[in-house]
Design a protein around this ligand. Structure first.
Ligand code: PLP
Length: 382
């Protein structure tokens, strides 16, 4: 059996599906694009998505000539809800994206059922939620298709990587058709990927984190490494020439290894998150509602600060690895949202959250250090 088959089997055990429902891509965004394309989505069609996401999500919609229709998110769930979604559905709506932001899900059953009833496809964006469950079933089990990411910042890492789960078997043929036009990563890409995996594993520590994050961004800006996003993807809505890329054996090999350790990691994330919740709640600060966090996989722990920039500087000084999802309604874009069809004034919650939200690391072996840092800066928290 080749590595990719082995990887698909390991993935299907986590996702409680058959391995023939699993497809591998270079990145998560590519998996999303393949799913939309297989659904026949194109010019004139509308796709509903949250206004608190990564810009690569509307990009995949725009690459097909379809129109992204944004919905504001709730402050607590960090997701959309059925009522808001219903208010923007038209006869041109072909698909609804259900995101599990930071791994948090809400109203997934209701939205998926509504889609079925109205003949609208649903896709779950589980890029934050691999390994987590919702109402007892793995994240991504309810919609027609779901996609996952194994980029270095996501639930498990293969450097970069994307996974598509096809729950609606009627789409399987079409996915296979679409995949016939996949490009295959060349030697240089696979070599760069190995270096990225090495960097991630051995060089990122509390001490080097901020330096490496900045260095890595700089290099990817000038096109020297496989960044999370190329400059093209952040400044335009045109599909890069090498976008539709398959996964490789580098990712499959790394993925198989990473999945063997994932359960331990999930336990650690949950334990740390419980400590953060207890601390933030005790001090009357924004925290993840216990009602929402039962099944949650806590990729990162979202919290609010009064002044984002000032707080980031303090964290850097204290060698605390904070994350900055999402810096805007369309992370990491900071200007010209109209190019993606988003008018920020219509999404007050997303704008407010992205101005004040940061996230705490949940993989740390030393949560006490983080909590002490929060304690020392309590008045800066929202
Ligand atoms: C990271 C991310 C993606 C894209 O995943 P890639 O593997 O980087 O393409 C999509 N949606 C959200 C919400 C993400 O955070």
């Amino acid at each position: 059996m080749n590595k990719e088959e082995e990887y698909k089997i390991a993935l299907s055990q986590f996702l409680a599906c058959k391995s023939d429902q699993v497809f591998l891509y270079w990145k998560g965004r590519v998996a999303l694009y393949a799913a939309l394309k297989a659904m026949g989505i194109g010019k004139g069609d509308e796709v509903i998505l949250p206004a608190f996401t990564c810009v690569v999500v509307p990009n995949a919609i725009l690459y097909l000539g379809a129109t992204p229709v944004y919905v504001d998110v709730d402050r607590k769930s960090l997701n959309t809800n059925l009522e808001r979604i219903k208010s923007v559905v038209t006869e041109r709506t072909k698909c609804i994206l259900i995101q599990n932001t930071f791994g948090l899900s809400s109203e997934v059953d209701e939205i998926a059922a509504y889609g079925k009833e109205r003949g609208i496809f649903t896709i779950e964006d589980c890029t934050h939620g691999f390994g987590g469950t919702y109402h007892g079933k793995p994240n991504g089990s309810r919609s027609d298709c779901s996609f996952y990411s194994s980029q270095w910042n996501k639930p498990f890492s293969t450097g970069v990587g994307g996974i598509l789960l096809v729950n609606n078997r009627e789409l399987l043929n079409e996915i296979q058709n679409v995949n016939t036009s996949l490009l295959h990563p060349g030697l240089k890409s696979r070599f760069m990927l190995r270096i990225l995996i090495f960097l991630y594993k051995y060089l990122i520590t509390d001490r080097t984190y901020w330096f490496l994050v900045k260095f890595y961004r700089l290099l990817s800006k000038v096109g020297l490494v496989i960044g999370s996003s190329s400059n093209d993807e952040i400044t335009s809505t045109k599909m890069p020439a090498d976008f539709f890329m398959a996964g490789s054996e580098v990712q499959a090999k790394e993925g198989v290894k990473a999945l063997e350790k994932l359960n331990l990691l999930l336990d650690q994330r949950k334990r740390n998150a419980e400590m953060y919740t207890a601390f933030l709640k005790q001090h009357g600060k924004y925290h993840v509602d216990e009602a929402l966090n039962k099944d949650h996989s806590f990729l990162k722990y979202p919290f609010l600060v009064k002044d984002r920039e000032a707080f980031m500087l303090k964290a850097e000084k204290a060698s605390i690895r904070l994350g900055e999802w999402f810096v805007s309604p369309l992370h990491p874009v900071e200007t010209n949202f109209e190019a993606w069809g988003l008018i920020t004034a219509n999404f007050p919650n997303a704008v407010e959250l992205s101005a004040h939200m940061l996230n705490l690391p949940t993989e740390t072996k030393n949560p006490e250090k983080i909590i002490k840092f929060l304690m020392d800066n309590l008045e800066d928290l929202g």
